[in-house]
Design a protein around this ligand. Structure first.
Ligand SMILES: [Zn+2]
Length: 171
């Protein structure tokens, strides 16, 4: 029983620490995305520097400096490297295709940030973590119950199951 209690307590502490860490990350972040997303997106942007794009009017063929080729469909939000579909995070090929479309003068192409899934937006994380776990005082501040009977009365009142008809009523 003690082991189970310790495991439960450890798990609760880890969850609470996790929540605190996320909150700290949200408070320190600037810009529209979480810090990790910003770093990843910056890496992807750098990788686009040596990409070449061929737009056929519907889809874009992105050729990397290694000579690899990937088909990007902005309408379907897919890239054949599968990164975009699996993670909902833009891959470098998708970024190249978006920038290429903007460069070609295509109207109404959303800015790069708008293509990133809302799960990576800071506002989404702030919304998810806006409900706070109330801090609690230590044991010294807890109410003291002196009578076991008092405790049992309270327990009965709160959690008592309905009595069966055969059970005699207590007096
Ligand atoms: Zn890709």
């Amino acid at each position: 029983m003690m082991t189970h209690t310790n495991i439960l307590l450890n798990n609760m502490c880890e969850v609470l620490n996790g929540i605190c860490n996320v909150q700290r990350g949200i408070d320190r972040s600037h810009g529209p995305f979480t810090p990790t997303t910003t770093t990843l997106l910056d890496q992807m942007k750098r990788q686009t520097q040596k990409h070449m794009c061929i737009f056929n009017g519907v889809k874009t063929q992105v050729i990397t400096h290694w000579g690899d080729q990937f088909i990007v469909s902005l309408d379907e939000k897919t890239c054949k490297c599968r990164h975009w579909e699996i993670t909902s995070m833009l891959c470098s090929h998708a970024i190249s295709a978006i920038w290429d479309k903007i460069k070609l003068g295509t109207k109404n192409v959303p800015e790069l940030e708008q293509w990133v899934h809302p799960c990576y937006w800071l506002v989404t994380w702030a919304e998810v973590y806006k409900h706070k776990i109330e801090p609690i005082n230590g044991r010294l501040m807890w109410p003291i119950i002196t009578s076991r009977q008092k405790h049992e009365e309270r327990y009965d009142h709160t959690f008592a199951l309905p009595r069966s008809p055969e059970e005699p009523e207590k007096h």
